[in-house]
Design a protein around this ligand. Structure first.
Ligand code: BGC
Length: 286
């Protein structure tokens, strides 16, 4: 078969870097909330793929510094920066420090997030504000700084096909309602439409914006759901694939989504959840 003819008005086909050159070689990544759990695994995975990494943390200074050290020992440029992502001034100073040290930002992983659960009638305004402040406003503040830097720099084809990538770490609870966790679910629902609206707005600048929506991943945030055999058995009723996920699996998804292999993937919520969003109650019912 003849190769299809080229047309002058069409762009050149995208040529992603091949893995032998390291998928994220030469890129600078900022991962928020990276001292533990999913953020830590994402930072490690991006570093393994060749990125230099800033590890943001708000507590757990020892763990953040130890991770930075571990990455440096593997030959990565890494530094830990303390900042509360819900605080505008701290976020802006974190980006200034990163740009001063690393030159730019190519990848932002908006991972910092927390739960403060309560029955709705007992949910305090402080719990509501803290969860929305970190999980949603924090993602806004970091994304805004990243977009400013991506627009300033533009595309550097030596480094990536795009001017920058934003990954929002959302949750299956951006679509699954969650009784007893109204503040958390509201924050993740907000992340979904913030991400998609932002993706629509900044696409012409070749800035890619996507979300990863983890299901039940074995981290400290949901320990109660997996630390006893009885709890684990209950959890399995919600997961068609019949196992809990591991943080490294989110790291791998993030690495692919941030890489040029995913250059035409834009504005999606990628569910990494063993099928949790497939209405598992209907496995046998209905
Ligand atoms: C929550 C976890 C929960 C999972 C599935 C995540 O977003 O942080 O606590 O286990 O969703 O329900």
């Amino acid at each position: 078969m003849n190769a299809p003819a080229r047309y002058a008005h069409l762009p050149e086909p995208v040529m992603p870097r091949c893995p032998a050159q390291k998928l994220l070689g030469g890129q600078k990544a900022l991962v928020t909330g990276a001292s533990s759990g999913i953020g830590r695994a994402i930072a490690m995975s991006l570093a393994d793929a060749g990125a230099d990494v800033v590890i943001n943390y708000v507590s757990g200074e020892d763990k953040a510094q130890a991770l930075a050290q571990e990455l440096r020992e593997k030959g990565t440029r890494a530094m830990a920066i303390r900042a509360d992502v819900s605080d505008e001034r701290q976020v802006s100073s974190m980006f200034s420090t990163m740009i001063a040290e690393f030159g730019t930002v190519d990848i932002l992983v908006n991972n910092a997030g927390l739960q403060q659960d309560a029955p709705f009638h007992e949910l305090t305004l402080a719990q509501w504000n803290r969860v929305l402040g970190v999980n949603l406003t924090g993602q806004f503040l970091c994304a805004r700084e990243a977009v400013r830097e991506f627009r300033r720099r533009g595309v550097n084809p030596e480094v990536s096909c795009s001017a920058g990538k934003i990954l929002c770490i959302s949750s299956v609870h951006e679509v699954i309602p969650w009784a007893g966790h109204v503040n958390y679910a509201a924050s993740k629902g907000g992340v979904m439409l913030m991400m998609k609206s932002l993706a629509q707005e900044v696409a012409p600048y070749r800035i890619r914006v996507n979300s990863i929506c983890p299901g039940a991943i074995r981290t400290p945030i949901n320990m109660e759901a997996w630390d006893t055999p009885a709890a684990y058995q209950e959890l399995m009723k919600l997961i068609p694939y019949k196992r809990i996920g591991e943080a490294e699996e989110i790291g791998r998804a993030a690495t692919w989504l941030a890489s040029d292999y995913a250059d035409y993937v834009h504005g999606i919520s990628l569910f990494v959840d063993g099928g949790m969003t497939l209405y598992p109650g209907f496995e046998t019912g209905g």
